[in-house]
Design a protein around this ligand. Sequence first.
Ligand SMILES: Nc1nc2c(c(=O)[nH]1)N[C@H]1C(S)=C(S)[C@@H](COP(=O)(O)OP(=O)(O)OC[C@H]3O[C@@H](n4cnc5c(=O)[nH]c(N)nc54)[C@H](O)[C@@H]3O)O[C@H]1N2
Ligand SMILES: Nc1nc2c(c(=O)[nH]1)N[C@H]1C(S)=C(S)[C@@H](COP(=O)(O)OP(=O)(O)OC[C@H]3O[C@@H](n4cnc5c(=O)[nH]c(N)nc54)[C@H](O)[C@@H]3O)O[C@H]1N2
Ligand code: SF4
Ligand SMILES: [Mo]
Length: 745
Amino acid sequence: MATRRQFIRITTMGAGAVIAGAAGYKLLGNERNAAHKAAEAVLTGRTPTYCEICFWKCAGWVYRDENGAIKKITGNNEDLNCNGRFCPRGTGGVGMYYDEDRLRTPLIRTEERGKQSFREATWDEAFDYIAEKIKVISAEHGPECLALFTHGSGGKYFSTLLRALGSPHIAAPSYAQCRGPREVAFQATFGEAIESPERTDIRDTKCLVLIGSHIGENMHNGQVQEMSDAIDKGATIITVDPRYSTAAGKSKYWLPIKPATDLALLLAWINVIITEELYDKPYVEKYTYGFEYLRDHVKNMTPEWAYGITTIDPTVIRETAREMANAAPAVIVHPGRHVTWYGDDTQRMRAVAILNAILGSWGRRGGFYRPETFSIAEPEHPPFPTPKRSWRTEFPDLYKLADTVLANGVCDATVPDPSRHCQFQGWIVNGTNLIETLPNQENTLKAIQSLQLLVVIDTMPMEITGWADVVLPECTYLERYDELRVGPHRKPQIALRMPATEPLYNTKPAFWMARELAKRLGVIDYFPFEKIEDQLDWQLKQIGSSLEEMKKTGVKTFERPYEDLYFAPGENVEFYTPSGKIELYSLSIEEAGFDPMPKYTPHEEPPEGYYRLNYGRAPMHTFSRTANNPNLTDLMDENSLWVNPGVAKEWGLTSGQYIYLENQDGKRSEFPIKVRVTERIRWDSVYMVHGFGHDQKKLKRCYGKGASDTNLITKVLVDPIMGGTGMRGNFVTFITDLKSGEARS
Ligand SMILES: Nc1nc2c(c(=O)[nH]1)N[C@H]1C(S)=C(S)[C@@H](COP(=O)(O)OP(=O)(O)OC[C@H]3O[C@@H](n4cnc5c(=O)[nH]c(N)nc54)[C@H](O)[C@@H]3O)O[C@H]1N2
Ligand SMILES: Nc1nc2c(c(=O)[nH]1)N[C@H]1C(S)=C(S)[C@@H](COP(=O)(O)OP(=O)(O)OC[C@H]3O[C@@H](n4cnc5c(=O)[nH]c(N)nc54)[C@H](O)[C@@H]3O)O[C@H]1N2
Ligand code: SF4
Ligand SMILES: [Mo]
């Protein structure tokens, strides 16, 4: 068998080499069925898409009625991300198209920033306005003072635009507000990140450990399906959560941990597995570096030690460690996804990585598989100019292991500071509602107030659009082409999104917008294809397919070039770490000046009368992006505050009552939230679903419904290793007098 190293070398050789390799992939059954599917497509009036309601990007079919009106969306049976089934949000995606509150035409601010005084504009006016401002900013401050924030498909085209202009500043909240610490920790340990969709082999696992990760409410489709299959096959689920989550309800063990203490539990588990010699000895010996350090490091971190910190019974800690070891290597200590919790998140994720390493689950069936990604050739264009500065120039010693631009870093560097040479002057914000997404709203607004230009590309009049100088209305994912989906999976697979119908109103796709701006800014050479469909067709032809074919099949699956989903017995694996091994002791983290071994340090506790603010997901919504979706508000139209019965009694709270919340810094929730008294939450915390409490009146269905957790996250626990913004160090108390709440909101 060819080694992994060789294949990676091929993929890094450039587009030509990749194309040659890809063309050689053996096609799977779905191509053989293409003719059959084509006939069906005509009959049913369906077109392929991949879902944009969350970032699992399931591939599906959009069906229209005889008048061409969009009726429903279903999963594509050949799609590895969804196996033919959409989650409730994906099915409800139709509501995004029909939402009557959608943005309809470009808008230009005419009055003071912050006030809703936009005038409707033509696309030409909007582009001319933006181009003029960008030229002025570039001339006066350099193109590096422009930044793009993006979360979503069209981001690719705006990032081409920014890089063509000479700015390296492309930031996504999916890093420093989400999975960044996990990727940095796994990179440091295994030399590879987890990526999305996660490389967890849940389908074949015998033991799944969920630490916070609330699969079932976190509806990432493939994971939910695989977890359900694994349970049917008898897998043990261990859930560590201060809240009795949906996953906890399916678990053999629920460990209602004291919030912010998970690192102590993880170290105690490692202690048990080492002292009871339950670790995978041959694997540890062959593949890992630093085992003796680790053994020494955790020597005193016994279950009894952890009990005093976590409140988890030492017997349960031992039993659960043995369950994991019994299942090993078919065990997954799930790294989670939104992991920016307490500021020491990279170290907590390191402990997760180490635990997996000694159980031998990395590269093993039922543990973590080796994903395969498909590379698509990019159209030829001139090389991007080399930027003269980056945000790093302003913050040279901060967040050494951040391997991408930090959204919060750009935000901080936008706030004027006389000690810095440059601050950001222009932001382009595509598909991210920064006001609700970045913690510390005051800081975000301070940054926005000092900008010369804020362009927002969105489909809905979200909070961020209210601060824009120019709003560019994008058509929804159901009305446009986008780049091909090539995410990693067990097999390489691509998926097409194409318009099911013409864009409503005066809305346009991101590709067209970025290209029109490129024309006006003298960088059109970076967009050699006038039409996205021609670009897609060209890209597909490089790999032996075509737009015509993909329109019929939606997805196309290829065989892996090598049979290396898991490590072969005795395989010599080279890991991309400084030692070439799995680093239990991290040389790269040490080199960056941080602790090479994860250590537990206590976090601040809520003051008397305050409770830790905990938040998460609901199965029928995605952040704030679905809050106004008519199909999904039908399922859930506000969030509620979970309160433990003991606490409710003390405060005289009852289910259904509305209250305001006030945090440790005196910040009040803008709107009241409905109390839900439940045993399912610990007494020291309260819980709400993120994405509610909108204060944008143009969102008619969701304005003022429920409370926003972001409102109350004024304290940010920044991870010194990579700049992740820990958001769970905030405490709230209850304001039961609604009148006083209203007076202050
Ligand atoms: N339906 C739906 N699904 C989604 C999304 C969505 O918006 N809607 N968003 C997607 C995205 S981008 C992400 S990143 C993921 C996020 O999904 P996850 O990675 O699963 O989210 P987390 O925020 O890590 O986990 C939330 C859980 O952590 C628990 N928790 C809080 N504090 C602690 C603690 O100190 N210790 C422990 N052990 N647990 C704690 C909470 O009670 C809650 O059950 O969800 C994805 N899936
Ligand atoms: N307080 C708090 N903050 C959080 C989190 C939390 O749980 N609590 N979660 C964090 C996590 S894990 C993540 S990943 C981030 C997510 O952060 P974001 O991606 O910013 O999430 P949303 O708030 O849903 O913002 C998405 C925006 O994209 C717009 N949009 C939707 N579809 C399209 C489209 O097709 N084109 C364009 N141009 N725009 C579109 C929506 O209208 C909306 O304004 O938030 C992070 N921040
Ligand atoms: S998990 Fe649901 S919302 Fe996310 S992409 Fe898939 S169908 Fe869409
Ligand atoms: Mo996320």
